[in-house]
Write a protein that binds this ligand. Structure first.
Ligand SMILES: Cc1cc2nc3c(=O)[nH]c(=O)nc-3n(C[C@H](O)[C@H](O)[C@H](O)COP(=O)(O)O)c2cc1C
Length: 213
């Protein structure tokens, strides 16, 4: 079936996209306003796109009339922290998506631990096994959305999830991260894996020859 985006309103395009582009990693974005009030909210229009510098992107929608607190804080301070979401903190992540007034500290509200960052003002979430301290790289307006590009300045990983600090080997499965699926509340675990190593041209030729035997 063909869905022609010239004939579909934005809401319907959104439904198709979030049903099919799955699972999406979740950026649990911690930001801070001028008065120091900490804000946290999940964003699953999110991924990393480069490593020199390491730049991540977050798609921030319009939300309430005055805009989302996350974007307002990022525009004002130019700093934020992206924490990855483990299954053990999934319900707390969901609590931080409640449309609280901007005066509410969502970390306190959800019973989460704010730990100090090293290079930016907003704290990181202690319950998250991976936290990336970011400064704004670029803001790109896409219709009523803003694509926030963040340059990652530092990354915290829980000690028990680092297998070899010298080689920067991480126990990815132990992170226990979740991804967002479709609808308003479906998520996926990252524990159901399969292994498929990359191939050289020679390995591909050998595989083809073997299949033809
Ligand atoms: C798992 C999850 C993923 C979300 N992803 C996005 C997203 O990518 N973009 C967006 O604008 N809102 C997203 N939301 C909604 C925001 O988290 C929600 O509007 C939140 O209240 C924004 O908070 P803020 O005003 O403190 O920034 C998501 C919500 C959930 C639960």
């Amino acid at each position: 079936m063909l869905f022609d985006f010239d004939k579909l309103p934005a809401r319907e395009r959104y439904k198709l996209a979030v049903s099919c582009v799955v699972p999406r990693p979740i950026a649990w974005v911690v930001s801070q306003d001028a008065a120091g009030i900490v804000n946290a909210a999940p964003y699953s229009f999110f991924n990393v796109f480069s490593e020199d510098p390491l730049v991540l992107a977050i798609g921030c929608g319009p939300g309430k009339p005055e805009g989302k607190d996350t974007l307002r804080n990022i525009k004002a301070l130019g700093q934020f922290v992206v924490c990855m979401v483990p299954e053990s903190a999934a319900e707390q992540m969901n609590a931080t998506a409640v449309d609280f007034d901007s005066s509410v500290d969502e970390l306190a509200e959800a019973g989460l631990t704010a730990l100090p960052s090293t290079k930016v003002k907003p704290p990181r979430i202690g319950e998250s096994p991976v936290a990336m301290e970011c400064e704004t790289f670029q803001l790109i307006e896409i219709g009523p959305h803003t694509l926030v590009l963040g340059k990652v300045l530092a990354m915290h990983i829980h000690d028990d999830c680092v297998m070899d600090a010298e080689k920067n080997y991480v126990d990815t499965v132990k992170l226990g991260l979740v991804g967002r699926m479709h609808g308003r509340g479906w998520y996926a675990r990252t524990t159901d894996r399969f292994d498929m190593p990359r191939m050289t041209v020679d390995e591909w030729a050998a595989k083809k020859a073997k299949a033809a035997e």
